[in-house]
Design a protein around this ligand. Structure first.
Ligand code: SAM
Length: 280
């Protein structure tokens, strides 16, 4: 239980995919003046030292953030995400990678709030230290699935929920599917994002069927793969389900993925996809 440590994967292509989309979701929410809550149920450590032996084991960041960070032709929609990465590396050298909580904090306003839950004690302590003194941010050592009950619906009646499990337990696909539906039930007008790894077509197909069967409407599905199939070399691809994506998000997400896929898969392996799993 909890053998997973995100430091081994920090800044890899899956993080780039997830965090570039996350930054866009936050930007879309900021289009309205009313404040919102960002709930990150599986928040991780917040900031990752890419010189650490765990990060250097497979150097996943070389196939991710290192490939795109200095591209002169990066689309404007990538700018908020890249800004957060640059903020974590003020001297310009890529030494640290910001996780989802720091990426979101770089973008929120003075009256927006963040709730971050993490079950690994060490990572949660790092997270708490990183955000100490920031009154907008609550950090809790707790199960992210319980966090849905504790924090939803938010008092602002506006919000973004990220469910970003480490998928290191049996039946985790079932668990995240139920959590996604539960989050939506508790807070039907919220924006809900669920990240998932491509670990085999039958598993993904079951997730898709399960979500469609909940009766939720307006679920956008985005996928990015950098290898044709799952091998010992690592995860072939990953995806995100987004319920109630804000106005304008779909078009931006498509343009982002159209640029990101060849940038992250220079050999042209894999593919990207954007579709409505469940339309309005
Ligand atoms: C993929 S990582 C999170 C990465 C982070 N969201 C980011 O994008 O930077 C998943 C995290 O979930 C934590 N975790 C696993 N099961 C959990 C649970 N039931 N509740 C809360 N955290 C959990 C793991 O310790 C790990 O830090």
């Amino acid at each position: 239980m909890l053998a997973y440590r995100h430091l081994f994967h920090a800044g890899g292509y899956a993080d780039v995919f997830k965090h570039a989309l996350l930054a866009q979701l936050v930007l879309c929410l900021k289009a309205k003046v009313k404040p919102f809550l960002y709930l990150d149920t599986h928040a991780g450590a917040g900031l990752y030292d890419l010189a650490h032996p765990w990060a250097r084991k497979n150097r996943e960041y070389l196939g991710g953030i290192a490939r795109i960070r200095e591209r002169a032709d990066a689309p404007p929609a990538l700018a908020p995400y890249l800004h957060a990465v640059h903020t974590a590396n003020p001297d310009g050298r890529l030494r640290r990678y910001p996780g989802s909580p720091l990426i979101v904090r770089a973008l929120i306003r003075g009256n927006d709030r963040m709730a971050l839950t993490e079950l690994n004690r060490t990572d949660c302590e790092s997270l708490a230290a990183l955000f100490s003194g920031d009154r907008r941010v609550q950090v809790r050592l707790m199960d992210g699935f319980d966090a849905l009950k504790a924090f939803l619906p938010p008092r602002e009646r506006r919000g973004l929920v990220l469910i970003d499990s480490s998928f290191d337990r049996a039946r985790e696909f079932d668990r995240v599917k139920r959590a996604f539906a539960q989050a939506h039930r508790r807070f039907a007008t919220g924006v809900h994002a669920l990240w998932y790894p491509h670990i085999g077509e039958p598993v993904i197909a079951a997730l898709e069927r399960g979500i469609a069967a909940t009766g939720m409407r307006k679920v956008l599905q985005l996928d990015l793969a950098v290898r044709a199939r799952h091998t010992g070399a690592g995860l072939a691809g990953c995806g995100m389900l987004i319920a109630n994506p804000p106005f304008g998000f779909e078009a931006t997400a498509r343009s982002l993925l159209q640029w990101l896929w060849p940038a992250l898969s220079p050999e042209g392996e894999g593919s990207w996809r954007a579709r409505w799993l469940v339309p309005e």
